[in-house]
Design a protein around this ligand. Structure first.
Ligand SMILES: Cc1cc2nc3c(=O)[nH]c(=O)nc-3n(C[C@H](O)[C@H](O)[C@H](O)COP(=O)(O)OP(=O)(O)OC[C@H]3O[C@@H](n4cnc5c(N)ncnc54)[C@H](O)[C@@H]3O)c2cc1C
Length: 246
């Protein structure tokens, strides 16, 4: 049984996985397709990239960050979710995928814009607007079913990547809060920041000395220089109806 299964490895699902995995929760991301961000031609409003970034590169780097944090990935389209024991949701959920073995997880984050059909049997509370369904959540991303959460556009957040990422992170933090993980904030602080005031380093936080700070900066710069050395060959994905007309 995994601690958390995240359905959808797009912008919000990856952000959620970085937080849950870094907090020590056994995190599986299941994705059956590609993020809608793969349709973008140039991502220019995501903070941290002054002249924008190739959206496919952003997704690659975020996946790498999730892997580094300890999340694992499985290819697959989730087709159904049901509780292990209807009368005790603490026992977790079983997720069916097309083709793969069933997955068991204590908690589920639906980050699968624009598909939530697999949640219908759980009665989480879905709203329809036009042809799209959105999942109702509280302000931390919890649905009406204990142990089931929704993140990103699927949770009716604005259709922007930074918002989806921020919401994914927030929902990841709610999952951490609701689990047994001992956690304060996911912070990396300079040596002495807490201990210099006679305080213990809080759970989830880390103090690093200057040598370690420089080592991490060196590794981070190498990763980014390599990642941005060459342009990507991949093209943005066109809207399906344009492709059909062609
Ligand atoms: C043409 C275009 C340009 C855009 N440009 C910008 C921009 O410039 N700036 C900006 O901020 N935003 C932009 N966006 C919006 C941005 O892409 C989305 O707001 C953001 O990707 C939403 O994140 P998400 O995690 O909710 O969904 P997604 O990133 O789409 O992730 C959802 C993931 O769930 C997976 N999935 C779906 N169903 C299942 C299932 N049943 N089982 C398993 N996996 C499943 C999908 O394969 C996908 O990987 C653009 C969107 C489009 C279409």
């Amino acid at each position: 049984m995994r601690d958390v299964c995240i359905v959808g490895g797009g912008v919000s699902g990856l952000a959620a996985s970085i937080f849950t995995a870094r907090a020590g929760l056994d995190t599986l991301v299941v994705d059956g397709g590609e993020s809608i961000l793969a349709r973008n031609a140039s991502l220019e409003n995501y903070p941290g990239f002054p002249d924008g970034v190739d959206a496919r590169r952003y997704l690659q780097l975020t996946r790498e960050q999730a892997r580094n944090a300890g999340a694992t990935f499985e290819l697959g389209h989730v087709t159904g979710v049901e509780p292990v024991d209807e009368s005790d949701l603490e026992q977790g959920f079983v997720l069916e995928t097309d083709g793969g073995d069933p997955i068991e997880a204590r908690r589920v984050i639906a980050a699968s814009w624009s598909d939530s059909d697999y949640l219908v049997p759980l009665d989480v509370g879905r709203m329809q607007r036009g042809s799209k369904h959105f999942v109702s959540v509280d302000d931390a991303g919890r649905t009406a079913v204990d142990g089931v959460y929704a993140a990103g556009r699927l949770a009716d957040e604005p259709h922007q990547s930074i918002v989806a990422a921020g919401h994914g992170a927030k929902v990841g933090l709610a999952v951490i809060h609701d689990s047994d993980a001992n956690f304060y904030h996911d912070w990396v602080a300079p040596e002495g920041y807490f201990t210099g005031r006679g305080r213990e380093v809080p759970p989830g936080c880390e103090e690093i000395d200057d040598g370690e700070r420089r080592r991490r900066d060196e590794r981070a710069r190498e990763t980014m220089l390599e990642a941005f050395a060459d342009p990507l060959d991949e093209q943005p994905t066109m809207h399906p109806s344009v492709v059909d007309e062609e």
